[in-house]
Design a protein around this ligand. Structure first.
Ligand SMILES: Cc1cc2nc3c(=O)[nH]c(=O)nc-3n(C[C@H](O)[C@H](O)[C@H](O)COP(=O)(O)O)c2cc1C
Length: 190
């Protein structure tokens, strides 16, 4: 196996990608944010249906999202500590992008293909943010499956949130990523 220093930069970037949960201001904006969305729109997309939507929350938008999450927690009958925590969830970063799979009815493209495209968009945005010097982490949690939250966000029945991408500036140095694992446990030859 070649040494990391011998690998193409773009491959090294993939191999060393990391999530960062300790995020502070600033969040990406202006050109940086546009580039992050451009990366999302370049993901593999069966028949180019663009089956996604992005909802951006910053500043008061985070408060609004927190209030929605709290309403969802109350409506779902969650315990009090979960209800209390829900309102603060989005405040763990200066920006949260909600990535929504919005499947288009199509005879040739199953809904799952389209949801995978939206999932790829999450990863692409996280990678783009990291390439620009920002950090991010893809989160889900029970909120991601809660239909009440979907309705509160104005989403339609077939829509499915596939991720909450928390973005900002890393607040600490990340430890080196884990070394490659035993590939043989995941790969087999037919
Ligand atoms: C669909 C999906 C949902 C995730 N949800 C959460 C989550 O709710 N909370 C969390 O801490 N990590 C979640 N993760 C994992 C993190 O995004 C991240 O991958 C993990 O912390 C490991 O860090 P790494 O990406 O640097 O290996 C999720 C990942 C995926 C793909």
């Amino acid at each position: 196996m070649p040494e990391p220093t011998e690998l193409p930069d773009r491959l090294l970037f993939l191999l060393e990608r990391q999530s960062c949960g300790a995020l502070g201001a600033p969040a990406p904006d202006g050109d940086a944010l546009q580039l992050i969305f451009k990366a999302a729109l370049r993901v593999p997309d069966h028949l180019c249906l663009r089956p996604y939507n992005f909802i951006v929350a910053t500043g008061e938008g985070l408060d609004r999202l927190g209030a929605m999450m709290q309403r969802a927690a109350i409506a779902a009958g969650k315990p009090d500590d979960v209800v209390q925590r829900a309102i603060r969830m989005p405040k763990r970063a200066p920006m949260v992008i909600i990535i929504v799979a919005t499947p288009r009815p199509h005879d040739l493209v199953p809904v799952f293909d389209q949801q995978l495209t939206a999932g790829c968009a999450v990863m692409a945005m996280q990678m783009a943010a990291q390439a620009l010097g920002f950090g991010g982490i893809w989160k889900s949690g029970w909120f991601m499956y809660d239909r009440g939250l979907h309705r509160d966000l104005g989403l339609a029945d077939p829509d499915q949130i596939v991720g909450f991408l928390y973005l900002g500036t890393p607040q600490r140095e990340l430890p080196p990523p884990p070394q490659s694992e035993d590939l043989d446990s995941y790969v087999r030859v037919l």
